[in-house]
Design a protein around this ligand. Structure first.
Ligand code: ATP
Ligand code: MG
Length: 336
C-alpha cells in the first residue's frame, strides 16, 4: 500500500494549519511518509513558477496529496492553481462532507452528516463556448454533459456510499426543464443506481433539494449532482454546519486525489498562530477514508468532535482563546 503522500504547505495560514495537521497525523502513528513540495505564492517567489513540474511529478508518483490553501498572485495571466490541478489530473469528483459539530455557532449543531459529490469537469460550470454578441445584447455558453462524465461521477458516489457504510444516494437534477443535459445525467444515474441494489437511491429537483436541505438536512446521506448545482449545494451545506473553519474537500480522479480545506489562505490572520486547523484535519480524515483506513478516519473525527464538545483550547473563530498549536494538542490528547 502507498504510504507516502505529497504535502503542499501552502500560503498564508497554510503552513500553520499543515504543521498542526501533520502533528496530529504523526501522533496517530499511521506510518505515513511526507514528500514536501511547493505550489502557489511560496513556489512562485522561490522559482518563478506557481505549479512547478517537481510538484506535479510528486502528485503523479504518490497519487495522494494533502494541500493547504494557496494564494494565486494578483495580476494578469495567472489562472487558479486549483483549476490547473483539476485539469492536469482529471480530478472529476469534488467531494465535500458536511458534518454537524457541537459548539460551532452553526444553525445545525447536530443531525447533519452528508457528503456532496459534485461532477467537476463538465456542464455549465465548465464555461465552454462562452460568447457575447458584438452588440453586447446576447450571451451564450455551451452546456455539455456526457454519458461518460455522468457515469463515472454517479458510480463514484455509489462506491463511496458503499465503502463508508452509507445508506442512500440522492441524485440532484433539473431534468424537467434542462431535458437534454440534466435529462442525460438523470437517465445515466438511474442506470448506475440499478447496479447498487444495496444502496437506496432517490431523485430530487435542485430547487426542491435546496429547500429540503435548509428545512430537513438530516434526511440526506450522499448527494450526487452536476458541476454548477454541486458548486452551490456544497457551499450551502458548509453553511449549514458552521462554515469555513470546518469544511474539508477532496478532488479525486482515477490517478490522483488531492485533499484540502475549503477555505482560502486567510492573509488577515496569517502568522498569528490562531487559524483553526479543523478543516484541513477533516480533509486528512477524508484522505484516510480514501486510503481505506476508515477506522483511523473515524478515530480522527471523534477526537475533533470531543475537543469541540469540551471547547478545549479551541481557536478564536469558535469563540475560544486557543491557538492553532494548542487546539492540535487538545485533539491529540483525545485520539484514544
Ligand atoms: P484567499 O484569497 O486565499 O481565498 P481569503 O481571505 O479569501 O483568502 P478565506 O478562507 O476565504 O480566505 O477566508 C475568509 C475569512 O474567513 C477570513 O476572514 C479568514 O480569516 C477566515 N478564515 C478562513 N479560514 C479560517 C481558519 N482556518 N481559521 C480561522 N479563520 C479562517
Ligand atoms: Mg477567499
Amino acid at each position: 500500500m502507498n504510504n507516502t503522500i505529497a504535502v503542499i504547505r501552502g500560503d498564508g495560514i497554510g503552513p500553520e494549519i499543515m504543521d498542526a495537521t501533520l502533528r496530529v497525523l504523526d501522533a496517530m502513528k499511521l506510518g505515513l511518509q511526507y514528500d514536501f513540495v511547493e505550489a502557489g505564492l511560496a513556489a512562485y517567489e522561490k522559482d518563478g513558477e506557481l505549479l512547478p513540474q517537481a510538484t506535479l511529478d510528486a502528485i503523479a508518483k504518490h497519487r495522494i496529496a494533502l494541500k493547504s490553501p494557496l494564494t494565486t498572485p494578483v495580476g494578469e495571466g495567472f489562472s487558479s492553481i486549483n483549476v490547473l490541478l483539476r485539469r492536469k489530473f482529471d480530478l472529476y469528483a469534488n467531494v465535500r462532507p458536511a458534518i454537524s459539530f457541537p459548539n460551532t455557532r452553526s444553525r445545525f449543531p447536530e443531525n447533519v452528516d452528508l457528503i456532496t459529490v459534485r461532477e467537476n469537469t463538465e456542464g455549465a460550470y465548465a464555461g465552454e463556448g462562452q460568447q457575447v454578441s458584438e452588440d453586447g445584447a446576447t450571451a451564450t455558453l455551451v452546456q455539455k454533459v456526457t454519458r461518460k462524465g455522468s457515469e463515472r461521477i454517479v458510480r463514484y458516489a455509489f462506491d463511496l456510499a458503499r465503502r463508508n457504510g452509507r445508506k442512500k444516494v440522492t441524485v440532484v437534477h433539473k431534468a424537467n426543464i434542462l431535458k437534454s443535459t440534466s435529462g442525460l445525467f438523470l437517465k445515466v444515474a438511474r442506470e448506475v443506481a440499478a447496479q447498487y441494489p444495496d444502496i437506496a437511491c432517490n431523485e430530487l429537483i435542485v430547487d426542491n433539494c435546496c429547500m429540503q436541505l435548509v428545512m430537513k438536512p438530516e434526511q440526506f446521506d450522499v448527494i450526487v449532482t452536476t458541476n454548477l448545482f454541486g458548486d452551490i449545494i456544497s457551499d450551502l451545506c458548509a453553511g449549514l454546519v458552521g462554515g469555513l473553519g470546518l469544511a474539508p474537500g477532496a478532488n479525486i480522479g482515477a490517478d490522483a486525489a488531492i485533499f484540502e480545506a475549503v477555505h482560502g489562505s486567510a492573509p488577515d490572520i496569517a502568522g498569528k498562530g490562531i487559524a483553526n486547523p479543523c478543516a484541513l484535519l477533516l480533509g486528512a480524515a477524508q484522505m484516510l477514508d480514501h486510503l481505506a483506513r476508515t477506522d483511523e478516519a473515524d478515530r480522527l473525527r471523534h477526537a475533533i468532535r470531543a475537543t469541540l464538545e469540551a471547547r478545549d483550547r479551541v481557536t478564536p473563530d469558535l469563540g475560544g482563546s486557543g491557538t492553532t498549536a494548542t487546539f492540535a494538542d487538545a485533539i491529540i490528547e483525545r485520539l484514544g
